[in-house]
Design a protein around this ligand. Sequence first.
Ligand code: S3P
Length: 438
Amino acid sequence: MADYQARPAHRVSGMLNVPGDKSISHRALMLSGLAQGVSEVTGFLASEDCLATLNAMRALGVRIEQASPTQVSIHGVGLHGLTAPAHALDMGNAGTAMRLSTGLLAAQRFSSRLVGDASLMKRPMERVAKPLRDMGADVRTHDGTPPVDIVGGRRLHGIEYAMPVASAQVKSAILLAGLYADGPTTVVAPAVSRDHSERMLQSCGVRVTTEGLRTTVYPPQALASQRLNVPGDFSSAAFFIVAGLLGAGGDGLLIQNVGMNPTRIGLLDILRSMGARIDVLNPRESGAEPVADLLVRASVLQGIHVPASLVPLAIDEFPVLFVAAACARGETVITGAEELRVKESDRIAAMSAGFAALGVAHEVLPDGMRILGRADGPAFGGGDVDSHGDHRIAMSFAVASLRAAKPLRIRDVANVATSFPGFVGLARSVGFNLSEDG
Ligand code: S3P
């Protein structure tokens, strides 16, 4: 099993570009596959999660060429051109691939089965199956989890669905099925979640309207192909944002070409209210998405109560926010984040176990954590922590090494490749003392 050795390193500096956005890369493959003609995607995230979607689209009859890992040409087969896969589609570790594909496949003439790795096979799928059944689809889970079996040939109806959780995956699955419905489909959300699907559908010529928390898709005749430059993933940048706050040298750490979609950057608001010094430079548009460069300076952080309204806008950033909180003066309280329990791991439990091993004072809450930080000197001891096979837990503890008294061994890190290929090399290039073995 692969582990990280993370030795204390107190300074990071220089500049870096993080790999392409995972959410946008999945959606680019799916929507381009349904489009008329060839779509050209650059900045594609060639990580294991997105390659699971790429292989699934190929198995559904879409020709996809990769001139380089990040440069992809997708030969769209049209809205009704997908063909039956010869085997079960393996989505690996990727919840987004499985949930969005369930929506897409629920509307096809053929049947299909979706499976995944040990983590994904335990994750809740009824949250997508239920609304799809309301639309008339035949989607079956096994006690609420995968394998997901989809019986094809159903006529789908437009519905209005009040979504119980603020989930972009659930919303997107319904919008994808809605492309094939006999009328408009509306999702009403309890709070804002990432809107990459809506933006990309619009770029492909689909009518999608958003009024407050109501999103409606109108079934199109066809989708237009796209030329897309995928921005750097804010969620990958987050590890380096916190690293810069904890240990940037004089000129700071510059992270270039970061996706700045307002539904993704809740972490910036949270960190700024903790005292973080982060400048947004050169804001620009890249297709349908805003992008900027971020200059991060070492900052003295102060504990806060994180507003629950920001939780869905920072949902993937909590593990690294917990690390920042452990290095902040005073107490940080996070509540309203029960969704963390059903991510690639139970992220509240996984971070708590690591904090216990490294001597961070904290209290686990059913829906979050109370963390008593230490701003002066090392906030973490040394020793062993287990990532539980969760990429974001592994990378978060690598960031903790910037404020550790002794080396850390971070166990079971192979899944970093699901979202962040090249993480170790990039981290080392800005000053981390990080290596992978095993
Ligand atoms: C994602 C949505 C979020 C996020 C996941 C990616 C997406 O999941 O945690 O990493 O691409 O739509 P939920 O929809 O379950 O909140």
